[in-house]
Design a protein around this ligand. Structure first.
Ligand SMILES: Nc1ncnc2c1ncn2[C@@H]1O[C@H](COP(=O)(O)OP(=O)(O)OP(=O)(O)O)[C@@H](O)[C@H]1O
Ligand SMILES: [Mg+2]
Length: 310
Protein backbone atom coordinates (compact mmCIF):
# COMPACT_ATOMS: atom_id res chain seq x y z
CA UNK A 1 0.00 0.00 0.00
CA UNK A 2 1.37 3.44 -0.87
CA UNK A 3 1.94 5.90 1.94
CA UNK A 4 -0.63 8.23 0.38
CA UNK A 5 -3.47 5.72 0.84
CA UNK A 6 -6.31 6.60 3.19
CA UNK A 7 -5.64 5.94 6.87
CA UNK A 8 -6.72 2.52 8.04
CA UNK A 9 -7.89 3.43 11.56
CA UNK A 10 -8.31 6.33 13.96
CA UNK A 11 -4.91 5.59 15.47
CA UNK A 12 -3.37 5.55 12.01
CA UNK A 13 -5.03 8.92 11.29
CA UNK A 14 -3.59 10.38 14.50
CA UNK A 15 -0.14 9.00 13.77
CA UNK A 16 0.00 10.22 10.20
CA UNK A 17 -1.22 13.70 11.09
CA UNK A 18 1.29 13.84 13.87
CA UNK A 19 4.10 12.75 11.54
CA UNK A 20 3.33 16.02 9.72
CA UNK A 21 3.35 17.91 13.04
CA UNK A 22 -0.40 18.28 13.21
CA UNK A 23 -1.45 17.23 16.69
CA UNK A 24 -5.14 16.32 16.64
CA UNK A 25 -7.22 15.12 19.55
CA UNK A 26 -8.97 11.79 19.23
CA UNK A 27 -12.34 13.33 18.47
CA UNK A 28 -11.02 15.29 15.49
CA UNK A 29 -9.06 12.27 14.27
CA UNK A 30 -12.25 10.21 14.42
CA UNK A 31 -14.13 12.79 12.34
CA UNK A 32 -11.32 12.99 9.80
CA UNK A 33 -11.11 9.21 9.56
CA UNK A 34 -14.87 8.87 9.06
CA UNK A 35 -15.07 11.74 6.58
CA UNK A 36 -12.41 10.03 4.46
CA UNK A 37 -13.99 6.58 4.76
CA UNK A 38 -17.56 7.69 4.15
CA UNK A 39 -16.54 10.24 1.50
CA UNK A 40 -18.42 12.98 3.27
CA UNK A 41 -17.43 16.65 3.57
CA UNK A 42 -16.05 17.70 6.95
CA UNK A 43 -17.43 20.87 8.47
CA UNK A 44 -15.13 22.43 11.06
CA UNK A 45 -16.33 25.26 13.21
CA UNK A 46 -14.35 26.78 16.03
CA UNK A 47 -12.26 29.44 17.64
CA UNK A 48 -9.83 31.39 15.46
CA UNK A 49 -6.31 30.05 15.16
CA UNK A 50 -7.09 26.51 16.30
CA UNK A 51 -5.98 24.56 13.25
CA UNK A 52 -9.07 24.46 11.00
CA UNK A 53 -7.35 25.64 7.84
CA UNK A 54 -4.18 23.76 8.70
CA UNK A 55 -5.93 20.40 8.76
CA UNK A 56 -6.84 20.76 5.08
CA UNK A 57 -3.24 21.58 4.19
CA UNK A 58 -1.98 18.68 6.26
CA UNK A 59 -4.44 16.23 4.71
CA UNK A 60 -3.43 17.27 1.21
CA UNK A 61 0.22 16.59 2.04
CA UNK A 62 -0.57 13.39 3.90
CA UNK A 63 -2.60 11.93 1.02
CA UNK A 64 -0.49 13.36 -1.79
CA UNK A 65 -3.41 15.36 -3.20
CA UNK A 66 -3.41 18.89 -4.59
CA UNK A 67 -5.07 21.47 -2.34
CA UNK A 68 -7.72 23.65 -3.96
CA UNK A 69 -8.69 26.53 -1.73
CA UNK A 70 -11.80 28.65 -1.94
CA UNK A 71 -11.45 31.60 0.41
CA UNK A 72 -14.97 32.89 1.07
CA UNK A 73 -15.78 36.60 1.24
CA UNK A 74 -18.81 38.85 1.21
CA UNK A 75 -20.20 38.97 -2.31
CA UNK A 76 -18.67 35.65 -3.41
CA UNK A 77 -20.90 34.25 -6.13
CA UNK A 78 -21.05 31.40 -8.61
CA UNK A 79 -18.71 33.22 -11.00
CA UNK A 80 -16.06 33.59 -8.31
CA UNK A 81 -16.51 30.15 -6.81
CA UNK A 82 -17.42 27.75 -9.62
CA UNK A 83 -17.21 28.97 -13.21
CA UNK A 84 -17.61 31.87 -15.55
CA UNK A 85 -18.07 32.09 -19.29
CA UNK A 86 -15.18 33.91 -20.88
CA UNK A 87 -17.17 36.65 -22.65
CA UNK A 88 -14.06 38.26 -24.11
CA UNK A 89 -13.03 35.09 -25.91
CA UNK A 90 -16.60 34.42 -26.99
CA UNK A 91 -16.82 37.89 -28.55
CA UNK A 92 -13.57 37.35 -30.39
CA UNK A 93 -14.82 34.04 -31.73
CA UNK A 94 -18.00 35.72 -33.00
CA UNK A 95 -16.04 38.50 -34.72
CA UNK A 96 -13.76 35.94 -36.29
CA UNK A 97 -16.74 33.95 -37.58
CA UNK A 98 -18.29 37.14 -39.00
CA UNK A 99 -15.05 38.07 -40.70
CA UNK A 100 -14.74 34.66 -42.30
CA UNK A 101 -18.34 34.85 -43.51
CA UNK A 102 -20.14 32.47 -41.17
CA UNK A 103 -23.55 33.65 -42.37
CA UNK A 104 -25.16 30.29 -43.17
CA UNK A 105 -27.64 28.97 -40.63
CA UNK A 106 -25.69 25.73 -40.03
CA UNK A 107 -22.51 27.56 -39.28
CA UNK A 108 -24.39 29.98 -36.99
CA UNK A 109 -25.78 27.01 -35.02
CA UNK A 110 -22.39 25.37 -34.87
CA UNK A 111 -20.91 28.61 -33.58
CA UNK A 112 -23.60 28.97 -30.89
CA UNK A 113 -22.83 25.44 -29.67
CA UNK A 114 -19.13 26.03 -29.76
CA UNK A 115 -19.39 29.26 -27.74
CA UNK A 116 -20.77 27.39 -24.75
CA UNK A 117 -18.28 24.56 -24.81
CA UNK A 118 -15.58 23.91 -22.22
CA UNK A 119 -13.10 25.89 -24.27
CA UNK A 120 -14.81 29.14 -23.24
CA UNK A 121 -15.37 28.17 -19.64
CA UNK A 122 -13.17 29.61 -16.89
CA UNK A 123 -13.06 27.07 -14.10
CA UNK A 124 -12.89 28.30 -10.52
CA UNK A 125 -12.20 26.32 -7.34
CA UNK A 126 -15.45 24.33 -7.05
CA UNK A 127 -15.46 23.23 -10.67
CA UNK A 128 -11.73 22.51 -10.63
CA UNK A 129 -12.25 20.28 -7.61
CA UNK A 130 -14.82 18.07 -9.34
CA UNK A 131 -13.24 18.10 -12.79
CA UNK A 132 -13.52 14.50 -14.07
CA UNK A 133 -10.15 15.04 -15.78
CA UNK A 134 -8.36 15.32 -12.41
CA UNK A 135 -5.79 12.51 -12.20
CA UNK A 136 -6.35 12.29 -8.42
CA UNK A 137 -9.24 13.80 -6.48
CA UNK A 138 -7.94 16.93 -4.70
CA UNK A 139 -8.57 18.28 -1.22
CA UNK A 140 -11.09 21.12 -1.55
CA UNK A 141 -10.91 23.67 1.26
CA UNK A 142 -13.93 25.97 1.46
CA UNK A 143 -12.48 28.35 4.02
CA UNK A 144 -14.42 30.71 6.29
CA UNK A 145 -17.83 30.00 4.81
CA UNK A 146 -19.43 32.33 7.35
CA UNK A 147 -17.89 35.27 5.47
CA UNK A 148 -19.88 34.49 2.31
CA UNK A 149 -23.49 35.66 2.04
CA UNK A 150 -26.18 33.17 2.91
CA UNK A 151 -27.49 32.69 -0.67
CA UNK A 152 -24.07 31.36 -1.62
CA UNK A 153 -24.67 28.30 0.55
CA UNK A 154 -27.42 27.22 -1.82
CA UNK A 155 -24.82 26.87 -4.62
CA UNK A 156 -22.87 24.54 -2.43
CA UNK A 157 -25.61 22.03 -1.83
CA UNK A 158 -25.30 20.27 -5.16
CA UNK A 159 -21.53 20.14 -4.86
CA UNK A 160 -21.59 18.78 -1.33
CA UNK A 161 -24.33 16.23 -1.88
CA UNK A 162 -23.39 14.79 -5.26
CA UNK A 163 -19.97 16.23 -6.10
CA UNK A 164 -21.44 17.73 -9.23
CA UNK A 165 -22.31 21.11 -10.72
CA UNK A 166 -24.99 21.73 -13.31
CA UNK A 167 -24.09 24.36 -15.87
CA UNK A 168 -27.28 25.27 -17.75
CA UNK A 169 -25.55 25.85 -21.11
CA UNK A 170 -23.30 22.80 -20.89
CA UNK A 171 -24.84 20.12 -18.70
CA UNK A 172 -23.80 18.44 -15.48
CA UNK A 173 -20.15 18.08 -14.55
CA UNK A 174 -19.57 15.29 -12.06
CA UNK A 175 -16.39 14.20 -10.32
CA UNK A 176 -15.23 10.75 -11.37
CA UNK A 177 -13.95 10.32 -7.80
CA UNK A 178 -15.17 12.59 -4.99
CA UNK A 179 -12.75 15.21 -3.72
CA UNK A 180 -11.99 15.45 0.00
CA UNK A 181 -13.94 18.49 1.16
CA UNK A 182 -13.18 20.54 4.28
CA UNK A 183 -15.39 23.51 5.16
CA UNK A 184 -14.48 25.92 7.94
CA UNK A 185 -16.35 28.64 9.78
CA UNK A 186 -15.51 31.00 12.62
CA UNK A 187 -19.20 31.14 13.43
CA UNK A 188 -19.67 34.86 12.94
CA UNK A 189 -23.10 33.63 11.79
CA UNK A 190 -24.84 30.27 11.73
CA UNK A 191 -24.42 28.17 8.60
CA UNK A 192 -27.64 26.77 7.17
CA UNK A 193 -28.77 23.34 8.35
CA UNK A 194 -29.01 22.12 4.76
CA UNK A 195 -25.24 22.56 4.39
CA UNK A 196 -24.45 21.03 7.76
CA UNK A 197 -26.68 18.05 7.13
CA UNK A 198 -24.50 17.01 4.21
CA UNK A 199 -21.32 17.13 6.30
CA UNK A 200 -19.73 15.56 9.33
CA UNK A 201 -19.44 18.26 11.98
CA UNK A 202 -16.71 18.96 14.49
CA UNK A 203 -16.20 21.89 16.84
CA UNK A 204 -12.48 22.70 17.03
CA UNK A 205 -11.78 23.85 20.55
CA UNK A 206 -8.65 25.25 22.14
CA UNK A 207 -6.24 22.44 22.98
CA UNK A 208 -5.65 21.27 26.54
CA UNK A 209 -2.24 21.99 28.06
CA UNK A 210 -0.72 18.65 27.11
CA UNK A 211 -1.64 18.94 23.45
CA UNK A 212 -0.67 22.60 23.27
CA UNK A 213 2.77 21.78 24.67
CA UNK A 214 3.17 19.04 22.09
CA UNK A 215 2.17 21.42 19.28
CA UNK A 216 4.51 24.12 20.56
CA UNK A 217 7.51 21.81 20.76
CA UNK A 218 6.90 20.62 17.22
CA UNK A 219 6.20 24.00 15.68
CA UNK A 220 8.95 25.89 17.49
CA UNK A 221 11.85 23.46 17.70
CA UNK A 222 14.63 24.57 19.98
CA UNK A 223 12.40 26.01 22.67
CA UNK A 224 13.57 25.24 26.21
CA UNK A 225 11.27 22.97 28.21
CA UNK A 226 10.93 25.43 31.12
CA UNK A 227 9.85 28.31 28.90
CA UNK A 228 7.52 26.08 26.86
CA UNK A 229 5.76 24.83 29.99
CA UNK A 230 5.38 28.35 31.36
CA UNK A 231 4.04 29.74 28.10
CA UNK A 232 1.43 27.01 27.79
CA UNK A 233 0.36 27.33 31.43
CA UNK A 234 0.10 31.11 31.09
CA UNK A 235 -1.94 30.95 27.86
CA UNK A 236 -4.26 28.34 29.29
CA UNK A 237 -4.95 30.69 32.21
CA UNK A 238 -5.41 33.63 29.87
CA UNK A 239 -8.13 31.69 28.04
CA UNK A 240 -10.13 31.36 31.24
CA UNK A 241 -10.52 35.15 31.40
CA UNK A 242 -13.35 37.05 29.76
CA UNK A 243 -11.45 38.68 26.92
CA UNK A 244 -12.81 40.10 23.66
CA UNK A 245 -10.69 37.63 21.72
CA UNK A 246 -8.89 34.71 23.27
CA UNK A 247 -5.48 33.77 21.85
CA UNK A 248 -5.46 30.68 19.60
CA UNK A 249 -2.67 28.20 18.91
CA UNK A 250 -1.39 30.53 16.20
CA UNK A 251 -0.85 33.21 18.87
CA UNK A 252 0.88 30.78 21.22
CA UNK A 253 3.35 29.96 18.46
CA UNK A 254 3.88 33.61 17.53
CA UNK A 255 4.38 34.63 21.14
CA UNK A 256 6.91 31.86 21.68
CA UNK A 257 8.88 32.97 18.63
CA UNK A 258 8.80 36.56 19.90
CA UNK A 259 10.00 35.54 23.37
CA UNK A 260 12.83 33.49 21.91
CA UNK A 261 13.79 36.40 19.70
CA UNK A 262 14.09 38.45 22.88
CA UNK A 263 16.24 35.74 24.49
CA UNK A 264 13.74 35.19 27.30
CA UNK A 265 14.58 32.02 29.24
CA UNK A 266 11.54 32.22 31.52
CA UNK A 267 8.51 34.48 31.73
CA UNK A 268 8.66 37.61 33.83
CA UNK A 269 6.06 40.36 34.20
CA UNK A 270 8.11 42.83 32.21
CA UNK A 271 8.64 40.68 29.13
CA UNK A 272 4.95 39.75 29.18
CA UNK A 273 3.97 43.45 29.25
CA UNK A 274 6.22 44.23 26.33
CA UNK A 275 4.96 41.42 24.13
CA UNK A 276 1.22 41.51 24.85
CA UNK A 277 0.55 42.78 21.32
CA UNK A 278 1.68 39.44 19.89
CA UNK A 279 -0.89 37.64 21.99
CA UNK A 280 -3.87 39.98 22.20
CA UNK A 281 -5.24 42.05 19.36
CA UNK A 282 -7.79 44.24 21.14
CA UNK A 283 -6.77 47.31 23.10
CA UNK A 284 -9.35 46.53 25.82
CA UNK A 285 -7.80 43.10 26.34
CA UNK A 286 -4.30 44.53 26.42
CA UNK A 287 -5.33 47.29 28.84
CA UNK A 288 -6.85 44.68 31.11
CA UNK A 289 -3.65 42.61 31.19
CA UNK A 290 -1.44 45.58 31.82
CA UNK A 291 -0.49 46.27 35.41
CA UNK A 292 -1.03 43.63 38.05
CA UNK A 293 -3.20 41.14 36.09
CA UNK A 294 -0.36 39.58 34.08
CA UNK A 295 1.79 39.37 37.21
CA UNK A 296 -1.05 37.71 39.09
CA UNK A 297 -1.48 35.03 36.39
CA UNK A 298 2.26 34.48 36.31
CA UNK A 299 2.34 34.01 40.09
CA UNK A 300 -0.32 31.32 39.73
CA UNK A 301 1.67 29.62 36.99
CA UNK A 302 4.82 29.60 39.12
CA UNK A 303 3.00 28.39 42.21
CA UNK A 304 1.35 25.51 40.34
CA UNK A 305 4.68 24.51 38.79
CA UNK A 306 6.28 24.56 42.25
CA UNK A 307 3.53 22.36 43.71
CA UNK A 308 3.67 19.96 40.74
CA UNK A 309 7.45 19.79 40.99
CA UNK A 310 7.10 18.68 44.64
N1 LIG B 1 -3.49 20.81 15.99
C1 LIG B 1 -2.43 21.51 15.56
N2 LIG B 1 -1.23 20.92 15.43
C2 LIG B 1 -0.17 21.64 15.01
N3 LIG B 1 -0.20 22.94 14.69
C3 LIG B 1 -1.36 23.58 14.81
C4 LIG B 1 -2.54 22.90 15.24
N4 LIG B 1 -3.54 23.78 15.26
C5 LIG B 1 -3.04 24.94 14.87
N5 LIG B 1 -1.73 24.84 14.59
C6 LIG B 1 -0.85 25.93 14.19
O1 LIG B 1 -1.57 27.13 14.29
C7 LIG B 1 -1.56 27.84 13.06
C8 LIG B 1 -2.93 28.44 12.83
O2 LIG B 1 -3.84 27.46 12.49
P1 LIG B 1 -4.95 27.71 11.38
O3 LIG B 1 -4.55 28.79 10.47
O4 LIG B 1 -5.29 26.39 10.80
O5 LIG B 1 -6.13 28.21 12.30
P2 LIG B 1 -7.65 28.45 11.90
O6 LIG B 1 -8.44 27.64 12.85
O7 LIG B 1 -7.85 28.23 10.45
O8 LIG B 1 -7.77 29.98 12.26
P3 LIG B 1 -8.69 31.11 11.61
O9 LIG B 1 -10.06 30.80 12.08
O10 LIG B 1 -8.14 32.35 12.20
O11 LIG B 1 -8.50 31.00 10.13
C9 LIG B 1 -1.17 26.83 12.02
O12 LIG B 1 -0.42 27.41 11.00
C10 LIG B 1 -0.34 25.83 12.78
O13 LIG B 1 1.01 26.25 12.79
MG1 LIG C 1 -8.33 29.50 8.92
Amino acid sequence: MSDTALPTSIDDTLARLSALDYVADRQLATCVYLALKLQRPLFLEGEPGTGKTEIARTLATMLGRPLIRLQCYEGLDLAGAAYEWNYGRQMMEIRLAEATGGGAKESRDALANELFSERFLTKRALLQAIDPANPVPPVLLIDELDRADEPFEAFLLEVLADYQITIPELGTVKASQPPIVILTSNRTREIHDAVKRRCLYHWVDFPDAKRELDILQRRVPGIGPALAAQIVAFIQKLRSLELTKLPGIAETIEWTRALMELDAMVLDPEVIQHTLGVLLKYQDDIARMQGSEAARLLDQVREEARVAGG
